[in-house]
Design a protein around this ligand. Sequence first.
Ligand code: SAM
Length: 238
Amino acid sequence: MNELKLSKRLETVAKYIPEHAVLADIGSDHAYLPCYALLNGLAKRAIAGEITDGPFNSAKNQVERLELSELISVRKGDGLEVVKCGEADAITIAGMGGALIADILEKGKDKLEGVRRLILQPNIHAYHIREWLYKENYELLDEEILEEDGKFYEVLAASPGDKDRPYKGIDFEIGMLTGPFLSKEKNAVFIKKWSRELHHLEGIYRGLENAAPSAENQQKQEDILKRMKQLKEVLDRG
Ligand code: SAM
């Protein structure tokens, strides 16, 4: 992977960058995504934010090597603190857990005014992001699921709008868990991911059945049973 040829995962993220965006890529690592966005005319300017020294230096070197320093500002800091209010109109946060992405958005909420598109790519637990988007009145515009190198990834694109629109006519909890668009489309990757998760939960459930009874155990079993029922429902649906 490099700034010219992204991974399938980052290429999917890039697809949702709106035209002429001023992009803030948070947790940018090598800054491949903002460099690609600039070189391909997707963004007109970008900020690459990094909290860790190593990736921050990689991003700086990469941007300098490509002579993009006038268009991409590489900044060191935690989450959205590197962005000034009104500076960016599109934000990408990719390659982290859903809880961390939701936390970065929550902590940096004041920086989101004027942002017209959020493109978020959790490696796990995408429901944390869907819950945050719903709470903050963002409308999920589209979702994709993909498999690369044996791992499943989800990409969520959202804008300020009608938070209820994607969940109309579907079970809300199942939509939050598996994705309103993804659960309607139910493609082969979706089926593979959630069948695997169902199998995993069945194993945990069997283990709990054989464990010493306790109130905590009972609660866990109930929670897992509920989750298994939801997954069966979405997987069995025609
Ligand atoms: N976004 C790139 C991608 O998708 O390929 C890099 C993903 S890498 C696994 C996650 C990066 O996010 C790391 O470089 C890490 O230092 C950075 N990171 C984690 N938490 C962060 C935060 N709160 N603020 C900024 N960067 C963060």
